[in-house]
Write a protein that binds this ligand. Structure first.
Ligand SMILES: Cc1cc2nc3c(=O)[nH]c(=O)nc-3n(C[C@H](O)[C@H](O)[C@H](O)COP(=O)(O)OP(=O)(O)OC[C@H]3O[C@@H](n4cnc5c(N)ncnc54)[C@H](O)[C@@H]3O)c2cc1C
Length: 420
């Protein structure tokens, strides 16, 4: 791209493992970018790219290198890797991020066990994590229509023999076409007390169906299908009761910040790709009668200024919030979370999510305005980026409306409003 580059200003990995992860991400991104137009047009899932990531070890990004993973230890570097991937293809980025998010909690628990020298439990986690590098891809369809994430309606019923029966429907099951395991939230209603549980279901279990029904405005290659459970029976140890229904414990808040920071990396990547695409067009295309490039017009330059300012805000906020989370994680192993500190972080994170999603959309919008009608054609990369970037604010938790209902009262020492 002509002009002042972004390489010195882009988010950069802080650790050696983060550097390897970012390099692998960039490698997969360049292939994903070539395949993206076809998958976008057909709404098909890039299974080949995911298989290549399985083979390269990229899917084990957060898993210790001794277990075959890349060994990324900071959320900052996780987000940087996702940023590189997002530049190539947003759909592939958000899909892979679901798997990484599903490994994060397990790695955190293992770390806590290592600190207390609990060798048997460490060995147990090691076996699980080793499989998550190449053998088992996990997706996390938590969303259900008509309820919040903290109030799942998918019912887990204990059977007389100790197994569980699951019934209900999840939507937005990103990565589902490639998933070997499905990690879902459920409600266990026993004796009037409702508890949230995490159920892990293997692909192919009778009673579970992954519908091939993802057809959306953008993120068309993310495979975000509905998943239906009808008296789906799973083993006793496949359902773990975690916390009172309707609550969001600290450990879940920490996971949300970490996982959604990865998603923000993807949306920043989409915005950066739009910037590059637009700049390359306006610096090369000329117009008569002057024969000057589009870039020479002050009106076009104003859009470039807006783009640079918005990107600087995105990068700064994402960089800062992930560093804050990494500092917190270093001081608080799993099981030793501090409610007050996590809530403060959550406020900071929600402000970041709000701004990164909003600015990323503004960047792509300005990129399209800059390039004119060319970017509006279906064959244009910008048209895809314009549709993909629009998904950001929908990603839970929270949506822009909910952010306002959370940050305002919380900052004033009042309980958050509504159905959060
Ligand atoms: C491409 C894509 C991929 C996704 N992948 C996944 C995935 O892998 N796993 C997963 O679990 N989910 C996934 N999701 C779902 C996502 O996280 C949201 O849960 C989903 O988009 C529904 O959120 P919503 O805000 O649109 O819907 P609703 O919650 O029904 O909200 C509808 C509207 O009401 C507003 N609203 C709702 N509650 C409140 C409130 N308390 N205060 C103020 N306003 C409120 C919302 O802001 C919104 O404008 C994905 C979504 C997309 C678009």
């Amino acid at each position: 791209v002509a002009g002042v580059g972004t390489s010195r200003r882009e988010l950069a990995p802080q650790t050696e493992a983060g550097g390897r992860f970012a390099e692998l991400a960039a490698m997969h991104a360049s292939v994903a970018a070539e395949r993206a137009p076809g998958h976008d047009a057909q709404g098909s899932f890039p299974i080949q790219t995911i298989e290549e990531m399985r083979a390269s070890g990229f899917l084990g990004g957060l898993i210790p290198s001794a277990l075959g993973g890349v060994g990324v230890e900071t959320v900052h570097d996780w987000a940087v890797g996702m940023n590189r991937l997002g530049r190539g293809d947003g759909s592939t980025g958000i899909a892979v991020n679901m798997h990484l998010g599903a490994t994060f909690g397990m790695v955190r628990l293992r770390d806590a066990m290592v600190r207390t020298d609990n060798r048997d439990v460490v060995a147990f986690f090691d076996r699980l994590l080793e499989r998550r590098v190449r053998d088992e891809i996990v997706c996390a369809p938590l969303t259900e229509r008509g309820t919040t994430l903290n109030h799942p309606q998918l019912a887990a019923t204990r059977l007389p023999d100790g197994r569980w029966s699951l019934s209900g429907r999840k939507v937005f099951g990103t990565l589902s076409p490639a998933a070997d395991l499905f990690s879902v939230t459920a409600v266990v209603d026993e004796g009037g007390a409702k508890t949230t549980a995490i159920a892990t279901i293997r692909q192919g279990t009778p009673g579970m169906a992954v519908l091939d029904n993802w057809d959306a405005l953008g993120m068309r290659a993310s495979g975000s299908n509905d998943i239906v459970f009808e008296e789906c029976v799973v083993p006793a140890n496949a359902v773990v009761l975690t916390h009172p229904w309707g609550t969001m414990p600290e450990t879940v808040m920490v996971t949300v910040i970490a996982q959604v920071s990865g998603l923000l990396g993807v949306f920043l990547g989409i915005a950066e790709a739009a910037r590059d695409e637009a700049y390359s067009l306006v610096t090369s295309r000329t117009k008569q009668p002057s024969g000057a490039t589009l870039a020479s017009h002050p009106g076009v330059q104003r859009h470039a200024a807006r783009i640079e300012i918005d990107l600087a805000v995105c990068r700064s906020m994402l960089d800062r919030v992930t560093r804050l989370l990494d500092e917190y994680l270093a001081e608080h192993p799993a099981g030793q979370d501090d409610r007050e500190a996590v809530t403060e972080l959550f406020v900071e994170f929600q402000a970041t999510k709000y701004m990164v999603n909003r600015n990323a959309i503004a960047v792509v919008d300005n990129a399209m305005t800059m390039t004119g009608g060319a970017g509006y054609l279906s064959s244009s990369v910008l048209a895809r980026l314009y549709r993909d970037v629009r998904a950001g604010p929908f990603m839970q938790s929270y949506s822009p409306n909910e952010v306002v209902e959370f940050i305002g009262p919380t900052s004033l020492g009042l309980p958050p409003q509504g159905d959060l």
